[in-house]
Design a protein around this ligand. Structure first.
Ligand code: ZN
Ligand code: ZN
Ligand code: ZN
Length: 398
């Protein structure tokens, strides 16, 4: 799939019409989308966030237009936005783009602003359109963005395979004596080398840090006996994101750890098995929580089961108690239960897509605990290093 073709399938021309219809249905007179994932979703333009205003206006009725600073015009025209017959209006350095925009939207009484628009722009739009109430564009776009097209699922699958290839290399980097930071740097390089445009996060949480779900990476030195939670992801050139967690052990893990890891693996599988159209998001959360709770670890599963993923790593739908939203084919989200009793912890995370009759996992690398030989010589179990140091990159699984 060439970038060009991918861009066209991923960002089809009918998105603009669908966004306008969704705006009308949500009671918004226009969507105003500054650079970010809403703008990219609607017209495929991965625009720079600048203090100069770039804004796509999608009126519920009437023609959409894209305001861009003149110096950004070639980039806008080269993007998928340039191939869909969209009116692209460049503005010059001496013009006020907010006045240009207000001149074309004078009758709007409710506008939906991109959720992550800078306050700088929110306030200037309020001044330029003083009669227009400001709401969130997600009121219109949430449903559209949550249900992925076949091309979007293919892009997420490609991202999942790329991050799986990074995880396949992780055992080779987890050696006693290295710091979490050093491992995270290897991972970030590999995330890009395996096809991502950016490495967005590389959580390497070892030993007691593994008990903190959003620990990132520190100067802690890896030791034999550590469990290590590795949660990594990035954004592909397509715009679609990866996010996958595996837990590793350096040498023999603590006895209790092996016990709850088995519980966790069962819970993650049960939640995946619960996914099908019509099942509520909270029922999937419950399917992950029930086996963990009945094994006595419920108090240590301290976060929701998952989050939607697409052009952003965290987006709708959220897999959490209280979300009664029924799943539909095309919903893509993480299933990532964790158990964090301290002084260690574990998490297993896959991205899944709800299909017509069940669930497809987009991460397929083994979820078994990978036990990395405690070689390296600087840890207490350095003497366990295998002769000659030859270790398969997959490590040993238990
Ligand atoms: Zn998270
Ligand atoms: Zn993650
Ligand atoms: Zn996640």
């Amino acid at each position: 799939m060439t970038a060009e073709d991918g861009g066209f399938q991923l960002y089809p021309a009918d998105r603009l019409g669908k966004a306008a219809a969704a705006a009308a249905a949500a009671g918004l007179d226009a969507l105003l989308l500054t650079p970010g994932s809403d703008l990219r979703y609607v017209i495929g333009y991965d625009a720079h966030q600048l203090e100069r205003l770039t804004c796509l206006a999608v009126p519920a009725k009437g023609d959409p237009f894209l305001l861009v600073p003149r110096l950004e015009l070639p980039a806008a025209q080269a993007s998928p936005a340039g191939r869909i017959g969209l009116d692209i209006m460049p503005w010059d350095e001496t013009e006020d783009p907010y006045l240009l925009l207000a001149g074309r939207l004078a009758n709007a009484s409710v506008v939906g602003l991109a959720d992550r628009m800078w306050a700088l722009m929110v306030l200037r739009l309020r001044a330029a359109l003083p009669a227009a109430r400001q709401e969130l564009a997600s009121e219109a776009l949430r449903e559209l963005r949550a249900v992925k097209s076949a091309a979007e699922v293919a892009a997420l699958r490609e991202a999942g395979q790329a991050i799986d290839r990074v995880h396949a290399q992780v055992p080779g980097w987890l050696r006693p004596g290295r710091t979490e930071h050093e491992v995270a740097m290897d991972i970030r390089d590999a995330i890009v080398a395996e096809g991502h445009a950016t490495a967005d996060f590389a959580i390497v949480a070892s030993g007691p840090n593994a008990a903190s779900p959003h620990h990132t990476a520190s100067d802690r030195v890896l030791r034999a006996g550590d469990a290590v939670v590795v949660d990594i992801g990035g954004q592909m050139p397509s715009g679609y994101c990866s996010d996958c967690t595996r837990t590793y052990a350096i040498g023999e893990p603590p006895a209790e750890f092996a016990e709850y890891y088995r519980v966790l693996q069962g819970a993650q599988a049960a939640a995946c098995a619960a996914v099908r159209p019509g099942v509520s998001a909270e029922a999937v959360d419950a399917a992950a929580r029930e086996p963990i709770t009945s094994a006595g670890y419920g108090q240590f599963f301290v976060h929701r089961t998952g989050h939607g993923i697409g052009l952003e790593t965290h987006e709708d739908p959220y897999i959490v108690s209280g979300n009664l939203e029924p799943l539909a084919p095309g919903h893509a989200f993480s299933i990532e239960p964790g158990i964090y009793p301290g002084p260690h912890g574990a998490r297993i995370e896959d991205i899944v897509v709800c299909t017509a009759d069940g669930c497809e996992r987009l991460n397929t690398i083994s979820r078994d605990l990978v036990v990395v030989p405690a070689r390296g010589g600087r840890g207490p179990s350095g003497s366990e290093a295998s002769p000659g140091g030859a270790v398969s990159p997959q490590g040993r699984t238990a």
